[in-house]
Design a protein around this ligand. Structure first.
Ligand code: NAD
Ligand code: MN
Length: 341
């Protein structure tokens, strides 16, 4: 590659405050990556309110045909149903077939030589479960009745299971895949080592299973035992928000949405309406998402430079946003990270 075309979709709320920080972190890498070229793309509830569409076709086409990768901020979901609106992130994951949402949750040890207390990765299935939004409301003898379909397919479970096993193979630590489970998902993930050639490839990976409620309990009691956690869509979302609390803030946790041919970085947090416009959103989740995206594209050294700079700023503790108990602004934290990159 001679250049890297990156779609930027800030979305709504603090997305507009944190995605620019991620962009600056990429720019600060200089010549250690191909020359980045950014293209701003529309998506989100604000755009819907103005134009009547949440994910314009143009955005999807530019992502598919021109971009090497993308960064997505967050979108608002209205609390009441708004006719014609559906979440653009759910649609993007589907349209670009970004079937795996990889969410590493890692704490920063005080001493760089020490092992972090928490070092796990949630591998969340990204295309089905309750997010297919097959919902109806009818009137019954007990008032209104809401029903939703939860779809779990063998194909999606197998490919997310494979992603989790591959990831486990490439992690230096415990190599266990914990599947947060029920029914078909559990059976299919368990069967992955026997169903994918060459058989025996995943022999060193230990499989453990846990129901979602006790997994969250154990996560808070003994976070250090967890390594790779693979889960259906909704459980994966809940587990990763819970794990975020363990390491201090949702504002720290990055993710990538990835498929076989495209990767989109996205902070795990939402649009945070309670702090929007105050300039205090933590930019670290987005900056780390940029690093994770670059790592996935094969620019591991560049990604490490970003990660090291972020960890230094966290360790030093002088420039932290209020979610981490500090009083720094988004811009100040970003500036300190950029200096260290
Ligand atoms: P949220 O993640 O936006 O916020 C939860 C809490 O964490 C809030 O107190 C918020 O201030 C704080 N927080 C989140 N990110 C932060 C950051 N970078 N720095 C500092 N503090 C941060 O979740 P919510 O409040 O439940 O949802 C708000 C909106 O975001 C809703 O409309 C929801 O549907 C949407 N949402 C979107 C996504 C997405 O786009 N993928 C994900 C989750 C929620
Ligand atoms: Mn979430």
């Amino acid at each position: 590659r001679s250049s890297l075309k990156i779609g930027l979709l800030p979305g709504d709320g603090i997305g507009h405050e944190v995605i620019p920080a991620a962009k600056e972190a990429i720019e600060a890498l200089g010549s250690s990556i191909p020359k980045p070229e950014f293209v701003s793309l529309n998506a989100g509830f604000e755009y819907f309110a103005r134009k009547g569409v949440a994910l314009p076709e143009e955005t999807v086409q530019i992502l598919k045909n021109e971009c090497d990768c993308a960064l997505f901020g967050a979108v608002n979901s209205p609390s009441r149903k708004v006719t014609g609106y559906s979440s653009p992130i759910v649609a993007l994951r589907k349209q670009l077939d970004l079937y795996a949402n990889i969410r590493p949750v890692v704490s920063v040890a005080e001493n760089p030589e020490d092992k972090p207390d928490v070092d796990l990765v949630v591998v969340r299935e990204n295309t089905e479960c309750l997010y297919i939004k097959d919902e109806t409301t009818t009137i019954g003898p007990n008032g209104r009745e809401a029903r939703a379909t939860r779809l779990i397919t063998e194909r999606a479970s197998r490919r997310i299971g494979k992603s989790a096993f591959e990831l486990a193979l490439n992690r230096p630590r415990k190599s266990n895949v914990l599947s947060i489970t029920d029914g078909l998902f559990r059976e299919t993930v368990r069967f992955v080592p026997k169903s994918i050639e060459p058989v025996g490839k995943y022999d060193e990976v230990t499989i453990a299973e846990q129901l979602v409620d006790s997994a969250v309990y154990k996560l808070f009691r003994e976070p250090q035992v967890f390594d790779v956690m693979v889960a259906p869509n909704l459980y994966g979302d809940i587990i990763s928000d819970a794990a975020a609390a363990l390491v201090g803030s949702l504002g720290l946790i990055p993710s990538i949405n990835s498929g076989d041919s495209f990767v989109m970085g996205e902070p795990v947090h939402g649009s945070a309406p309670d702090i929007t416009g105050k300039g205090i959103a933590n930019p670290i989740a987005s900056i780390r998402s940029a690093a994770l995206m670059l790592h996935t594209l094969g620019y591991g050294d560049a990604a490490s430079r970003i990660d090291r700079a972020v960890n230094q700023v966290i360790r030093e503790g002088q420039y932290l946003t209020p979610d981490l108990g500090g009083s720094a602004k988004t811009d100040e934290v970003t500036k300190e990270i950029l200096k260290r990159i």
